[in-house]
Write a new protein. Structure first.
Length: 262
């Protein structure tokens, strides 16, 4: 089917649209696999590699890849091609997407490495994803026992523009900080707030993430049965998002063993 010319401006911004869909809004991952074909149809070589990044991102979450934190397309490592061509735009997307995958799959050292590369990207290439970058940089810093928690206040400043988009993120970050500081009562409340608000605002992927992090909190606090309930909910939300590989990994790592000896 021939692509109308007046669609071209939208398609040229497709990498950013895909980023919004996958990371910011968290709808089903399924439609992402159709986007790359549309880019090929238009022969927009400038943006084809970034779209491949996000197709790999989705495919790793859905399943069918050996390592869900690597970005392999057509049997080739996307990073090698980007470094060879010095495609800075594509590299910026690569480090951002892989940073999130590494965090979601619990590879915190890799997430920290990718976060460092993300910070080095040119500001112009980062501005469309800035809020989500701040969010994940803070989560990674806390997961890595980094004392730097300045990102929370930066993200909180966005609440005035849209509580719908950002309130659950702030609650989750506050929960992680309370967990990090050993504030048990506040931690539980803040996680529950993040889960509830993310659900009400239809951010199913971050609702899943908040449930998983809450499960880890209860597991580390000696309440395995409560933890198992949160991990089960997290799996349900990950599946609703379409992240079958992540749901399966979480089940194997947490639900099949949590509370077994209690």
């Amino acid at each position: 089917m021939h692509m109308r010319q007046d669609y071209a401006p939208v398609m040229l911004n497709l990498p950013m649209l895909m980023l919004s869909l996958l990371v910011a809004l968290g709808p089903s991952l399924g439609p992402i696999f159709n986007y790359n074909g549309k880019m090929k149809e238009m022969n927009t070589k400038t943006f084809l590699t970034p779209t491949q990044v996000y197709e790999c991102f989705a495919r790793n979450l859905v399943g069918g890849t050996d390592d869900p934190t690597e970005l392999i397309y057509g049997g080739n490592d996307l990073l090698s091609d980007m470094l060879e061509t010095q495609n800075k735009n594509a590299l910026s997307h690569y480090y951002f997407a892989r940073m999130i995958l590494a965090y979601i799959f619990g590879r915190y050292e890799l997430a920290t490495e990718m976060a460092d590369q993300c910070r080095k990207a040119a500001p112009m290439m980062r501005n469309q994803r800035l809020v989500n970058e701040i969010f994940y940089l803070a989560l990674i810093a806390l997961a890595s026992a980094d004392e730097e928690a300045k990102s929370e206040s930066r993200l909180e400043g966005w609440l005035g523009t849209s509580q719908w988009n950002f309130l659950h993120k702030v609650k989750l970050l506050k929960a992680e900080i309370a967990f990090h500081d050993g504030n048990v009562d506040d931690t539980a409340t803040l996680y529950d707030d993040a889960i509830r608000i993310a659900g009400e605002h239809r951010f199913v992927h971050e609702q899943a993430l908040a449930c998983e992090r809450c499960g880890i909190f209860y597991s580390n606090s000696g309440s395995p049965h409560i933890a198992k309930g949160y991990f089960t909910r997290a799996c349900e939300y990950y599946l609703k998002w379409g992240a079958k590989r992540k749901a399966s990994d979480l089940f194997q790592q947490r639900i099949s063993t949590e509370g077994r000896d209690s």
